[in-house]
Design a protein around this ligand. Structure first.
Ligand code: CA
Ligand code: CA
Length: 395
């Protein structure tokens, strides 16, 4: 047998097999490691996703807290500690706890047609978020009304925390001052990972903590019921024309009745009666303008023989502008509202006043009580503010 036809020796074969096995073992090791990493990442993806789903859901609801807008009819006041304690229906945050939150809004009616009806007792109008345990698993629960049971929102939620801040970013427990809510949620994997030990808890569950803010913008716009105190005194001087000077002084007393005394002096018209006394009474219904809190209105009633000009001056404390001012009038209407205060309507522009826009033909005779309603629509979200006042004609 020639040398070049020789095969492998047994030694060479054994060495080749050992080298092959080593390479195979290394490849298998790499594959196993990659596979494990992939599985761990998939599990963590579920943990991240749970946290984000829970956070999105809570931010969406909390951001809507206090939504309370109606074209006509009474609206809920913004929640305060006093109103919540008294059990008075209100819109806003009704319970600001460290591990749970309750909030209300008016977004629907009894028939579920999606039209706010002035209460917060319909579906998804009274929401509570907190944690509860179901089958040994901690679950983020959402209640959609006071009577509703927990609806499981997201499972495997380790902890839930809320911090309530005022507009300056300081923590507050005053429901009327909450401007944003810091939400912290911690989710964990459904199953333990034996190769992982949590440095804080000492167990084998992987966890994820997510923090975010919800800003309930409606709370900044929806203010409390106007409970007028003795400390509130509004003095307004307005309306100067070539022929008429009206001075209005409104002093609000503790009994929430504002008395306006207007003295009108006609200088050029011989047929116009010289002095007229008009009495305007602020109503304390839920549609009352939150005077001094957000909107200041000034209505000067120049009561002449034939017509009355009603001026409305709108000032928003937060710098918003009025988009539209609507007005309607009703003679001897008692306490009834004009059902559709749409005519005449005036598109406001700086300085957001309807001076001269509303001219009202007086009824014949002395002592007729004319009630007028005005509705102010703001430029951003069509939030409406309405109030009723009245004057007595002196012909
Ligand atoms: Ca209802
Ligand atoms: Ca409702």
């Amino acid at each position: 047998m020639k040398t070049k036809d020789r095969g492998f020796t047994l030694i060479e074969l054994l060495i080749a097999m050992v080298v092959g096995l080593v390479v195979l073992a290394a490849a298998y090791g790499i594959f196993t490691y990659q596979n494990k990493t992939l599985l761990a990442q998939e599990k963590m993806a579920a943990v991240y996703q749970n946290a984000r789903i829970a956070m999105d859901m809570m931010i969406r609801d909390i951001s809507m807290a206090g939504y309370n807008h109606r074209e006509t009819g009474s609206m809920l006041p913004r929640c305060t500690n006093a109103l919540v304690t008294a059990g008075t229906p209100c819109a806003g945050i009704t319970a600001a706890n460290a591990t749970s939150i309750s909030l209300t809004m008016d977004v629907d009616d009894d028939d579920g047609t999606g039209v706010p009806d002035g209460d917060r007792d319909d579906a998804n109008e009274n929401i509570t978020y907190d944690l509860y345990t179901s089958d040994g698993v901690k679950v983020l629960g959402r209640k959609s009304s006071t009577s509703a049971s927990h609806q499981p929102a997201v499972e495997y939620v380790d902890s839930l925390g809320f911090v309530y801040e005022d507009s300056a970013g300081n923590p507050t427990t005053d429901l009327a001052n909450i401007a944003r809510v810091k939400i912290t949620i911690r989710t964990r994997a459904a199953a333990p990972d034996p190769e992982y030990t949590d440095p804080n808890f000492g167990d084998h569950y992987r966890r994820y903590t997510l923090t975010s803010y919800a800003i309930p913008r409606n709370l900044a716009m929806n203010t409390t019921t106007a409970t007028t105190s003795a400390a509130t005194t509004a003095t307004t001087t307005s309306t100067t024309t070539a022929t008429t000077t009206a001075t209005t002084t409104a002093t609000t007393s503790a009994t929430t009745t504002a008395t306006t005394t207007a003295t009108t002096t006609a200088t050029t018209s011989a047929t116009t009666t010289a002095t007229t006394t008009a009495t305007a009474t602020s109503t304390t219904s839920t549609t009352t303008i939150p005077t001094g809190v957000e909107v200041t209105t000034s209505v000067s009633s120049t009561v002449k023989k034939a017509t009355t000009t009603i001026d409305v001056l709108v000032t928003y404390a937060d710098g918003r502008k009025a988009k539209t001012i609507k007005l309607c009038t009703q003679v001897d209407a008692g306490g009834a509202a004009c059902t559709a205060p749409a005519v005449p309507s005036y598109s406001a522009s700086a300085p957001y006043t309807s001076t001269g826009a509303f001219t009202y033909t007086n009824p014949a005779g002395n002592g007729k009580v004319v009630s007028y309603w005005f509705v102010i629509v703001d430029e951003y979200d069509n939030e409406q503010t309405s109030d009723k006042k009245s004057f007595t004609t002196t012909n």
